[in-house]
Write a protein that binds this ligand. Structure first.
Ligand code: SF4
Ligand code: SF4
Length: 411
């Protein structure tokens, strides 16, 4: 089946919504969904409930509105009209269509132009604005077939990490001789990639620990100056305090740090926060949490249908990742390819660096990226991956290993 069977919303406007006889349900309980709830209430549209694929969201205490897991939709509402508030709208449209629902509107269209401060929910206004603008852009992109807009792209600048987490979902625990990537090659790949896509909401600079790459400043300066990138987000573990040119490169309005707090392991987190505060650099610090047991590598022996089902349900399949000049769907498929832990499957990535050096291929790079972003229904790597699902039990984060974990090389 075509991954996106419909991309024209059957419901187009507030007036269309008001005329609905069936209950109106918001799909997606994140900030954009909560702002939509407040907005709809203010314009007299009654919301029956909010639903979300993440069952934990049903614990949210929203005034006058119940949050239910999407798994309860069919039993609770045999008929409904949906306002989609999730950024990954294509996945939701497909999910609704498979559940037998046909009536939906892209919530991003309703959010466009509204004053968020008038409809704000709990949470920092800056975060709300960012979530709402992401929702608007993702929905516009979905409704504009010629555009490639990506919510986020992870750029791996190093395989080195100052911690050794045995359950690292980026598979750092398997690298025996991790390397830093050369900033000139990283920049060349990013430029070739951005020549073909229209916008990236968030370029995430990751590792390992990104500050292990001493020339991160060159990459950050380049990314921050690029007009197609809205935010540059650095994921760090609170062990390294940037200084000199690196600190200077962080002083840019586009840059945000996400500092994961591993308690005693994040040995320099207080000093890091102090430096960031002193230099007015935006950051959010949060305890390591919500880890799942998803880092094992090994054959799963699934049928094709089981494989497609795993891919469809996997919450990591849109964590687009650039690693070593190639563009992948998720960190797992990127790193198992790099580690040679799966049989070679060239359909699991787009070779950006390879295309950039080949004029004949460069003509079709945009269409190849587009097909890769919108039309995949499984990866070869999925058959060596347990998958990442919202309902998975949580494990203790940050348990350290003293030596790299072994795995079977398959090529
Ligand atoms: S801090 Fe832990 S989870 Fe984060 S990249 Fe390093 S090893 Fe992986
Ligand atoms: S199941 Fe597939 S899409 Fe999901 S993390 Fe694993 S390899 Fe990636």
């Amino acid at each position: 089946m075509d991954k996106y069977p419909v991309n024209t919303p059957p419901v187009q406007s507030l007036d269309d919504l008001r005329e609905q006889e069936s209950p109106v349900v918001i799909f997606g309980a994140g900030f954009a969904g909560q702002v939509l709830l407040n907005f709809c209430t203010s314009v007299g549209i009654s919301i029956a409930c909010i639903c979300d694929n993440n069952g934990d969201k049903s614990k949210l205490d929203l005034p006058g509105c119940e949050v239910i897991p999407a798994s309860e939709l069919v039993n609770r509402y045999s008929d409904a009209c949906f306002i989609i508030a999730a950024a990954d709208i294509g996945d939701v449209v497909l999910q609704l269509s498979e559940l037998g629902y046909e009536n939906w509107i892209a919530g991003g269209l309703l959010l466009k132009g509204i004053d968020i401060s008038e409809h704000a929910c709990k949470g920092p206004l800056e975060f709300l604005e960012y979530s709402v603008s992401t929702c608007i852009l993702c929905h516009e992109s979905y409704l504009t077939p010629d555009k490639i807009f990506l919510r986020s792209v992870d750029l791996v600048i190093t395989e080195r990490c100052s911690l050794k987490c045995q359950d690292c979902s980026n598979l750092m625990q398997y690298y025996e001789t991790p390397i830093n990537y050369d900033s000139a090659s990283l920049i060349m790949t990013v430029d070739s990639f951005l020549n073909e896509v229209d916008e990236v909401n968030e370029f995430r600079v990751i590792g390992g620990e990104p500050f292990m790459n001493k020339r991160i400043d060159l990459v950050l300066t380049h990314l921050s100056a690029h007009e197609k990138i809205k935010k540059v987000v650095i994921y760090t573990n609170g062990t390294i305090v940037p200084k000199g040119d690196v600190l200077k490169a962080l002083m840019n309005a586009k840059i945000v740090l996400i500092v994961t707090d591993y308690e005693a392991l994040s040995r320099n987190i207080d000093q890091l926060k102090q430096i960031l505060d002193e230099n007015k650099i935006t950051y959010y610090a949060a305890k390591a949490q919500n880890w799942t047991d998803c880092a094992a590598i090994g054959p799963q022996h699934r049928s094709v249908d089981e494989q497609k089902d795993v891919y469809k349900r996997c919450c990591a399949k849109n964590l687009f990742t650039i690693l070593d000049g190639k563009f992948y769907r998720c960190p797992f498929s990127a790193h198992v390819d790099r580690l040679k832990a799966v049989p070679k499957d060239e359909s699991d990535y787009v070779d950006i660096a390879g295309f950039a050096s080949n004029q004949e291929n460069a003509k079709t790079l945009k269409s190849i990226i587009r097909d890769f972003v919108f039309d995949k229904d499984q990866l070869g790597a999925c058959d060596y991956c347990v998958g990442r699902f919202l309902e998975d039990p949580k494990i203790t984060p940050g348990i350290q290993t003293s030596a790299p974990l072994s795995y079977q090389r398959r090529r």
